[in-house]
Design a protein around this ligand. Structure first.
Ligand SMILES: C[C@@]1(CC(=O)O)c2cc3[nH]c(cc4nc(cc5[nH]c(cc(n2)[C@H]1CCC(=O)O)[C@@](C)(CC(=O)O)[C@@H]5CCC(=O)O)C(CC(=O)O)=C4CCC(=O)O)c(CCC(=O)O)c3CC(=O)O
Ligand SMILES: NC(=O)C1=CN([C@@H]2O[C@H](COP(=O)(O)OP(=O)(O)OC[C@H]3O[C@@H](n4cnc5c(N)ncnc54)[C@H](O)[C@@H]3O)[C@@H](O)[C@H]2O)C=CC1
Length: 209
């Protein structure tokens, strides 16, 4: 069983070995997280080149060498040559995270499918049992949680900070729970932020704070 966590990879070194379809797909998942990405491969797809540029990443246009994984936080192994993939496995230490695209069981991590709405991320994983099922569930979640959730989660974060800063501890807990409210969700979804804030302030008044 894989242990699900949320990683902060800002300024962490990520190494991708290979520049084909799988490497390209991994580069898509890395966009926006602030990692330092290095790709090692004699060839690279056009899309991977563009995605790497967007990350301010570096492409080493050559075959893998064992020192390439030094200091890497995560290593994605995505060449079409089993011997090379095995050499990458041999070069990492037990504390590094490694994903082997050719044989997931030879690594210690995998990518979950993620529906992201601002600070909210909903991740799906079957421990490799069925990536197709994962994709299907992700599509369902995308429908269930519309794009407006981005603004809603951001509103909740601000309202939570407002309550924590202005309400004594004995009363804040109940108010924080109350924030998760269908009416507020609707107001924010409809762009009526003022109404949403007015409701929060009404609750604060009712609680005498
Ligand atoms: C173990 C894992 C390792 C890893 O992290 O890469 C892995 C492995 C493999 N995937 C394979 C195939 C497909 N993968 C997808 C899609 C996704 N695969 C992803 C994750 C993972 N895939 C990890 C497990 C996650 C989990 O268990 O839930 C997602 C979630 C995220 C991401 O890749 O970033 C992304 C979700 C889509 C999205 O986000 O939209 C599709 C569907 C499609 O693309 O339409 C297919 C084709 C259909 C099929 O085969 O079911 C194969 C067989 C290859 C072959 O031999 O043909 C292997 C290898 C094997 O099983 O050994
Ligand atoms: N394409 C797929 O749907 C899936 C592929 N896989 C596995 O992932 C592997 C990679 O798949 P793709 O990305 O589709 O292959 P690909 O053929 O598109 O890309 C392979 C890349 O590896 C590079 N490469 C070859 N030798 C290298 C070396 N010595 N050092 C660095 N880079 C080297 C190549 O230049 C190329 O850029 C496959 O061989 C397979 O084992 C696993 C699941 C699905």
């Amino acid at each position: 069983m894989y242990y699900p966590i949320a990683l902060n990879i800002e300024r962490k070194k990520i190494v991708i070995v290979g520049g084909g379809m799988i490497a390209t797909q991994k580069l898509r998942t890395l966009q926006g997280y602030g990692a330092y990405v290095t790709l090692i491969s004699p060839t690279i797809t056009d899309e991977a080149k563009t995605l790497l540029q967007a990350l301010d990443g570096v492409w080493h246009e050559r075959n893998f060498e064992k020192d390439d994984v030094n200091d890497a936080f995560i290593v994605f192994v995505a060449t079409n040559n089993k011997e090379v993939n095995e050499a990458v496995s041999a070069a990492v230490n037990a504390q590094q995270l490694i994903l082997r695209a050719d044989d997931v069981s030879q690594g210690n991590m995998l990518n979950q499918a993620v529906v992201r709405r601002g600070a909210l991320s909903i991740a799906v994983c079957t421990d490799g049992a069925s990536p197709s099922l994962t994709r299907k569930l992700k599509q369902r979640l995308e429908e269930q949680f519309p794009a407006s959730y981005d603004a809603y989660v951001s509103f909740l974060a601000q309202a939570r900070q407002h309550i924590l800063a202005n309400v004594p501890r004995d009363k804040s807990r109940a108010l924080l729970g109350r924030l998760v409210d269908e009416e507020l969700e609707q107001y924010v979804a409809q762009g009526e932020l003022q109404r949403a804030w007015a409701t929060v302030h009404k609750w604060l008044d009712e609680a005498n704070v």
